[in-house]
Design a protein around this ligand. Structure first.
Ligand code: HEC
Length: 100
């Protein structure tokens, strides 16, 4: 690889690292990655686990907060929701609300 190509590659890596930190949408996108294992790519679950794409942001935020507090009981969602702050829940809710 030439030095020039290496420089260009490094630039790409740095740009993609720098982007998510800024935008709220990109952050929701990053956090949402961990949901895909169960809820399917982009929240469109094909199986028994409920699809979560397109849930209104305020409903999603309420559901996650209720799982977090224990007001809503699930099998796995309580443990998962406890890992997120209010800001992160808002970012996740905005991300899935935009997927329809
Ligand atoms: C380990 C698998 C798993 C992961 C990872 C997971 N979920 Fe869930 N989710 C479930 C299951 C199973 C349910 C049904 C409730 C329960 O049993 O906890 C559920 C329910 C939900 C519901 C309620 C849906 C409804 O219609 O009532 C929401 C909202 C939700 N999950 C959001 C998320 C978000 C956002 C993430 C990522 C931050 C996530 N889940 C990650 C398995 C998972």
């Amino acid at each position: 690889m030439t030095a020039g190509k290496r420089g260009a590659l490094l630039g790409l890596v740095l740009t993609s690292l720098a982007l998510p930190a800024g935008a709220e949408g990109a952050r929701g996108d990053m956090l949402a990655g961990s949901c895909a294992a169960c809820h399917g790519p982009e929240g469109q679950s094909p199986g028994a686990i409920p699809a979560i794409a397109g849930i209104a942001a305020e409903d999603m935020a309420r559901l996650l907060s209720e799982y977090r507090s224990g007001a809503l009981e699930g099998t796995v969602m309580n443990r998962i929701a406890r890992g997120f702050t209010d800001d992160e829940i808002a970012a996740i809710a905005a991300y899935f609300a935009a997927l329809r």
